[in-house]
Design a protein around this ligand. Structure first.
Ligand SMILES: *[C@@H]1O[C@H](CO)[C@@H](O)[C@H](O)[C@H]1NC(C)=O
Ligand SMILES: *[C@@H]1O[C@H](CO)[C@@H](O)[C@H](O)[C@H]1NC(C)=O
Ligand SMILES: *[C@@H]1O[C@H](CO)[C@@H](O)[C@H](O)[C@H]1NC(C)=O
Ligand SMILES: *[C@@H]1O[C@H](CO)[C@@H](O)[C@H](O)[C@H]1NC(C)=O
Ligand SMILES: *[C@@H]1O[C@H](CO)[C@@H](O)[C@H](O)[C@H]1NC(C)=O
Ligand SMILES: *[C@@H]1O[C@H](CO)[C@@H](O)[C@H](O)[C@H]1NC(C)=O
Ligand SMILES: *[C@@H]1O[C@H](CO)[C@@H](O)[C@H](O)[C@H]1NC(C)=O
Ligand SMILES: *[C@@H]1O[C@H](CO)[C@@H](O)[C@H](O)[C@H]1NC(C)=O
Ligand SMILES: *[C@@H]1O[C@H](CO)[C@@H](O)[C@H](O)[C@H]1NC(C)=O
Ligand SMILES: *[C@@H]1O[C@H](CO)[C@@H](O)[C@H](O)[C@H]1NC(C)=O
Length: 474
């Protein structure tokens, strides 16, 4: 009897064993197939993208003794190449795939510096190889130390027609050592920017990556006709002090567009000199368009104006900008002593995602070059419009604090809907502010603003509080 019971069971067992064997076989076959795949030779790498000839004369850095091994210092090769281009009245310098270590060097007019795919110009972090230069006239001193300052890795003065481009090659400033030395107060001079062009015109910088600058990354100073397009700018979001992305400084006629910026200070900071030195130099930043940016700044703001703005900042359009996971969206910063003005500034279509404070105007940014500033030199802030402000996860959407001596005049808000994370009453914060809110504004604007409906009809006149109860706690 037990036999009878057992036999169908045994049949089942053998069937199971067969199935198991079959599955094992299939599994082994798959394994074999995969291992045969992995041992087959890898497909050949795609040929390098051919480098276009953008100038009549074209050189290759290797022709001047350049070695892209990441160890050999190429300063002399770059200098010789630039000299050859100067002698020929202009030309293109190709920097091939490889890591080209170098000390600072100067450009010349009518040059195109072309960085091939996977080409890296690597700045030496040995400060002894960085020449010192006089301070910028509109700053009066190095930004962080009196007296001279380090120059920039790639530098130019009084040039015309300069192009820096490539197939997304990189200029890397190896900032880490510099940031550490700065934090340990070891340096005796102001750190140098990565790329600085002074008193130059017709500049184009596009399709490249700039990273880990010792100080400000890209600094056009008193330049005209500057285009910066499709540039990636990277630095750590913290512990990379003063690594602003782009600092248009006393520049006229400039476009910054289609850039991705993620850095340790302001993404973009428009400037024009510092207190008495900037007032004397008297060169504004004006006629600037900034559009289509994605910016991240955990220490400062996506796009700033100031705090050095003593030569004036005017006629600026900032549009289609996304600021994400940042401390502030946009900021205008100034203080008594600056003089100058910030006016005709138009912000359109800003998206602020996960930003602590969205729109900031701060009039007591009390950082001065020396004791010689004139506290009665008061900046004028007026004619600023915000049209189309969106986003989510914003803690304080607006914080505009004018003061009795520096009131903020004629600020317009139109079409603003920002998702907030913080259910406190006063999150649209204003003082010494005059202006208007038109149409739908969320969260509700401060009482200081005149309210208009979409048709332009006045609903409620603003109540000027002129209060000084500055609530920085939230
Ligand atoms: C530059 O020169 C090197 C060495 O001669 C060569 O391998 C490379 O293809 C050249 N690159 C260009 C873009 O001409
Ligand atoms: C670049 O030129 C400027 C102005 O002539 C000069 O002060 C500086 O030392 C030069 N930099 C280098 C690295 O030669
Ligand atoms: C932006 O730069 C990248 C990398 O160099 C390039 O592939 C891309 O075509 C550029 N985009 C435009 C619109 O030129
Ligand atoms: C260019 O290179 C940077 C840094 O490697 C990278 O983040 C970026 O996505 C690249 N851009 C393009 C268009 O490939
Ligand atoms: C700064 O100056 C001090 C004192 O003169 C000196 O010991 C130090 O080496 C200097 N630092 C640099 C980076 O030159
Ligand atoms: C403002 O700047 C824009 C763009 O740079 C320019 O086209 C315009 O003419 C400027 N407006 C004034 C009033 O200067
Ligand atoms: C607004 O800006 C975003 C980028 O932040 C862009 O995707 C969108 O197209 C812009 N809208 C308009 C109407 O230009
Ligand atoms: C403010 O803008 C209006 C219109 O553009 C202009 O008439 C006025 O002069 C501006 N105010 C100042 C002081 O710039
Ligand atoms: C206020 O500023 C806007 C630009 O934002 C300008 O068009 C307008 O004329 C200014 N109003 C006054 C009274 O200056
Ligand atoms: C508030 O300040 C503005 C600008 O200075 C001024 O026009 C206004 O009269 C002041 N209002 C009060 C109530 O003090």
């Amino acid at each position: 009897m037990p036999e009878l019971h057992r036999s169908p069971h045994r049949k089942l067992l053998t069937r199971r064993t067969l199935l198991l064997l079959l599955w094992t076989l299939i599994f082994l076959l798959i394994l074999l197939h995969q291992s045969s795949l992995s041992t087959s030779p890898p497909p050949p790498p795609p040929p390098p993208r051919p480098i276009p000839n953008l100038r009549r004369v074209v050189f290759n850095l290797t022709e001047f003794g350049g070695v892209g091994d990441g160890i050999t210092l190429n300063t002399a090769a770059f200098e010789k190449a630039v000299k050859a281009i100067r002698t020929r009245g202009g030309g293109q310098l190709n920097v091939d795939k490889g890591v080209w270590l170098t000390g600072p060097f100067n450009l010349t007019s009518f040059i195109t510096l072309f960085l091939a795919e996977n080409a890296v110009i690597l700045g030496t972090d040995d400060e002894n190889l960085w020449p010192l230069m006089p301070p910028l006239p509109s700053y009066g001193k190095g930004r962080e130390h009196p007296g001279p300052r380090y120059g920039s890795l790639i530098h130019g003065q009084n040039l015309k027609d300069v192009v820096i481009t490539g197939h997304n090659g990189t200029i890397n400033g190896q900032g880490k050592k510099w940031w550490e030395k700065y934090q340990k107060k070891y340096l005796n001079h102001t750190r140098g920017p990565l790329v600085q062009l002074m008193w130059s015109r017709d500049i184009q910088i596009y399709d490249i990556t700039l990273r880990d600058s010792p100080f400000w990354t890209l600094h056009p100073y008193d330049c005209q006709n500057v285009i910066i397009r499709n540039v990636t700018i990277l630095a750590p979001l913290s512990n990379a002090p003063n690594t602003d992305g782009i600092d248009p400084d006393s520049c006229d006629n400039m476009v910054i567009e289609d850039c991705y910026i993620s850095v340790g200070d302001d993404g973009v900071a428009i400037k024009s000199g510092w207190d008495q030195y900037g007032i004397a130099y008297a060169r504004p930043s004006t006629n600037i368009v900034i559009r289509n940016l994605i910016v991240q700044s955990m220490i400062s703001a996506g796009v700033s104006i100031g705090s050095e703005m003593s030569g004036g900042v005017s006629n600026i359009t900032i549009e289609n900008v996304l600021v994400w996971n940042s401390k502030r969206g946009i900021r205008i910063k100034t203080s008594a002593g600056r003089g100058g003005h910030v006016r005709q500034i138009s912000y359109r279509n800003l998206t602020l995602n996960n930003v602590r404070v969205g729109i900031v105007i701060k009039t007591n940014y009390n950082e001065h070059p020396d004791e010689g500033y004139n506290p009665e030199a008061l900046p004028v802030i007026e004619n600023i419009s915000f049209k189309g402000i969106y986003g989510q996860g914003v803690r304080i959407p607006v914080r505009i604090y004018g003061s009795q001596e520096i009131p903020v005049r004629n600020v317009t808000f139109q079409d603003m809907v920002v998702g907030i994370t913080y259910k406190k009453k006063r999150i649209f914060q204003c003082s010494y502010l005059q202006g208007q809110a038109i149409g739908k504004i969320f969260p509700s604007p401060c009482e200081d603003l005149d309210l208009y409906d979409d048709g332009g009809k006045l609903i409620r006149k603003g109540i000027s509080h002129n209060s000084t109860d500055v609530d920085y706690e939230s």
